[in-house]
Design a protein around this ligand. Structure first.
Ligand code: SF4
Length: 402
């Protein structure tokens, strides 16, 4: 018997169940204009204004399924994720069109090589929902276009000619807005490259159109294993019966599911909400992987939490939530500095080595227990005898980018 109950999304009376279950119907019938949204919601003045001001910052779109999960209050947590607001145009504390400096690290059109062993491959710029917090507003939804053949071939050539590359992360836009046959071809082409070990797919579709995770899709992903699915659940209410079934379908087909959430002001910035999401995900066999600080992307100031707020949530969870359920709290350093995992500082003091002992380090644990850890002396450190067996591949990995 399931410990958690995952409720079905409410089916609008005018929609046939077979349409509702069809992900292409969800995309074709997505809400894009002020008129579309006014049919479903009583909009506040700030939201109405967002349809002119917000549209200047970023596209507007959501699926009927996603809209059905949202409450009537303008600050309903799920509503804040996709509803534009007039605050998007107000001057924020930090506003960047490309906070991760992806353009600087773009090595081919739609291919970003920031870390040594992996590349980000932006196979489409289309999404089924345009999340207001999106960090890739410089690209996402800009052209509403699939990758061109010439761009695709250039990206594959680059991956082929860099043997240190071990991972390819398909992103966008949302790769799962592509058809099964298109995805199958991309995965097939990548699998033909010997040195590509892992393929990841970053997608919001399991959250905003879980009907996309069909038996056929899961079989394709299994055929090209190992393919990891990086989902993007931000709130426990997004885990409906449909979404839970999508996650389970993937895992049952041997596709590991890892979740990356973003801490968002008024959406999920409370320890109770994060633990509720994390425990439910883990129960479904999806690993809560990252809890990101929201990037200072254009128009996101009202959605960003303070670092102090985020850190206090992490500290509160520490010790109460198992390591399996605990996501890593990370900040992406602006201007392409890369991800930095932040952890609570439990260290109180460090004192020096003597002739017998190494340095003495004092800690105060999450529940106040204080104790000293005496670290072995540095001169006792020896290198594993067989480390040299792995040096060549390590050097190749480190030099992949440079
Ligand atoms: S689905 Fe991802 S890429 Fe698309 S708008 Fe949302 S966060 Fe951005």
């Amino acid at each position: 018997m399931a410990k958690f109950s995952f409720q079905k999304a409410p089916l609008p009376s005018e929609v046939r169940p077979s349409d509702w279950q069809d992900w292409t119907w969800q995309l074709r019938n997505s809400l894009k204009t002020l008129e579309d949204f006014q049919k479903k919601f009583v909009l506040s003045q700030a939201e109405r204004a967002g349809f002119s001001s917000g549209k200047e910052v970023f596209n507007i779109r959501t699926t009927p399924y996603c809209a059905s999960l949202v409450g009537s209050h303008e600050h309903d947590p799920l509503r804040r994720i996709f509803m534009p607001r007039e605050e998007e145009l107000s001057a924020g504390s930090q506003q960047m069109l490309d906070p991760l400096a992806e353009k600087k690290n773009q090595v081919r059109p739609r291919l970003i090589h920031r870390y040594s062993d992996r590349v980000l491959f932006l196979v489409t710029d289309i999404c089924s929902v345009y999340c207001r917090f999106c960090t890739r507003k410089h690209f996402t939804g800009a052209d509403q276009a699939l990758i061109k053949n010439s761009e695709y071939e250039q990206a594959l050539d680059y991956i082929r000619s860099h043997p240190g590359l071990r991972e390819v992360i398909l992103s966008g836009g949302d790769p799962l807005t592509l058809s099964d046959s298109h995805l199958d071809r991309i995965l097939f082409d990548l699998r033909k490259i010997d040195h590509v070990e892992i393929i990841r797919i970053g997608s919001r579709m399991p959250v905003v159109a879980p009907q996309r995770i069909t038996e056929d899709l899961s079989k394709i992903l299994r055929r090209h294993k190992p393919v990891f699915m990086m989902t993007h659940f931000n709130h426990p209410r997004e885990l409906t019966f449909e979404a839970a079934s999508a996650v389970e379908n993937l895992v049952d087909h041997g596709v590991p599911v890892m979740n990356q959430m973003v801490l968002l002001n008024g959406v999920n910035n409370h320890a109770a909400v994060v633990q509720a999401l994390s425990r439910r995900l883990l129960f479904l066999r999806a690993k809560p992987y990252y809890m990101f600080q929201c990037d200072p992307s254009l128009g996101t100031d009202h959605l960003r939490t303070s670092i102090a707020n985020s850190s206090s949530i992490q500290r509160e969870l520490w010790g109460h939530l198992s390591g399996l359920a605990m996501p890593n709290f990370a900040v992406d350093i602006p201007e392409g500095g890369g991800k930095t995992v932040l952890t609570p500082n439990f260290e109180i003091s460090i004192s020096g080595e003597n002739e017998i002992h190494g340095e003495r380090r004092s800690y105060r644990g999450w529940d106040g227990v204080e104790a000293e850890y005496i670290s072995p002396r540095e001169e006792k450190m020896i290198t594993p005898l067989d480390a040299e067996n792995y040096l060549a591949e390590w050097e190749e990995l480190k030099s992949a980018k440079f």
